[in-house]
Design a protein around this ligand. Structure first.
Ligand SMILES: [Zn+2]
Ligand SMILES: [Zn+2]
Length: 318
């Protein structure tokens, strides 16, 4: 099969690193895009220009596959669909937040507000984070016709055949797409920093346990050592095993540090622990830090190692 994969990088001013968009082409198949970019004029025209460099026009895009619902991956799906008629696919657990992105904005803001209170973020900080989050409202658009996909499904476009692997954790509907020995991993598996777990989806809970189980699934794929990983951010690489081992270690170490912080006997909120772990947090990082700590606290509580001495204040179990 004469398959070509092109990596297109779409920067944005809101998150740390540019999003990778992958264009999959073969002579026997319609062009397939994996992920998009935030919904701004700049990123849309950049995508158009970048596709042209690969002799592809936006109008040719027949399929858009989304690894998850976040706006830096899903934002442009609607604009692409409007121009080309592309069919957009997303996992059923992330479907609502993609299909009804604009309609859901209020509700998701409310869920974040409740989560930030659960995490012990002070009200004045919640207001600041709220201002920051409100800027995201215009960076995505609803895709009501998006098609729901599920684990184990095989998507066939001409001779291109992608297997859907549901990998919840970073978001509940996060998926990887397996094409032969190429794995399009979205934010589930990144080369340099660990993807946030806990703060990036407030529609469900128990993210850390799910995330680690989903990483284990990648390790257990046949010929895992030969897999080429195409991540949502950063450069592709081969053999995910050392990176996954490192991520596991990172999370175990963080759990240990949290237990150590709690060992002086004080009952603390996720936010207070996050400040001890990461120092002073600003803007979105307050959310990411506290949410991630909370995800660890959920696991420790389910293991019976800590308990809530009062709602949302955690202490070692004695
Ligand atoms: Zn993400
Ligand atoms: Zn991302």
């Amino acid at each position: 099969m004469d398959l070509t994969i092109s990596q297109i990088s779409i920067p944005n001013p809101y998150f740390e690193s540019p999003t990778n968009v992958f264009l999959i082409r073969s002579s026997q198949s319609p062009p397939v895009l994996i992920d998009t970019g935030i919904s701004t004029e700049e990123s849309f025209s950049l995508l158009r220009r970048e596709l042209a460099k690969h002799s592809c026009s936006l109008k040719d895009i027949a399929v858009v596959l989304l690894t998850h619902k976040h706006i830096d991956h899903s934002g442009l799906a609607r604009a692409i669909q409007d121009e080309s008629g592309a069919v957009v696919y997303v996992h059923s657990d992330d479907w609502t937040d993609v299909a009804l992105f604009e309609e859901r904005h209020e509700r998701v803001s409310q869920l974040y507000l409740e989560a930030m209170r659960r995490w012990g973020i002070p009200e004045e900080v919640i207001v600041q984070v709220g201002h920051f989050r409100s800027r995201f409202a215009g960076l995505g658009r609803s895709v009501p016709t998006a098609q729901k996909i599920s684990d184990g499904q095989i998507l066939r476009f001409g001779e291109v055949e992608l297997h859907v692997l549901h990998t919840p954790g970073h978001t509940q509907g996060s998926v990887c797409f397996l094409l032969g020995e190429k794995l399009f991993a979205g934010d589930h598996l990144l080369p340099t920093y660990t993807s946030n777990v806990g703060a990036t989806d407030v529609t469900t809970d128990g993210h850390l346990e799910k995330f680690l189980a989903s990483l284990k699934r990648i390790l257990e794929l046949p010929n895992a050592e030969r897999l080429e990983i195409y991540p949502g951010h950063g450069q592709p690489w081969t053999d995910p095993r050392p990176r996954i081992t490192k991520i596991f270690k990172h999370h175990y170490e963080r759990t240990d540090r949290i237990l150590k912080i709690l060992s002086d006997g004080q009952a603390l909120t996720a936010f207070e622990i996050a400040q001890k772990l990461f120092g002073r947090l600003k803007d979105y990082h307050v959310l990411l830090g506290a949410g991630e700590v909370y995800a660890h606290l959920e696991v420790l509580e389910s293991q019976g190692r800590i308990c809530q001495s009062e709602p949302n204040r955690f202490a070692l179990r004695t």
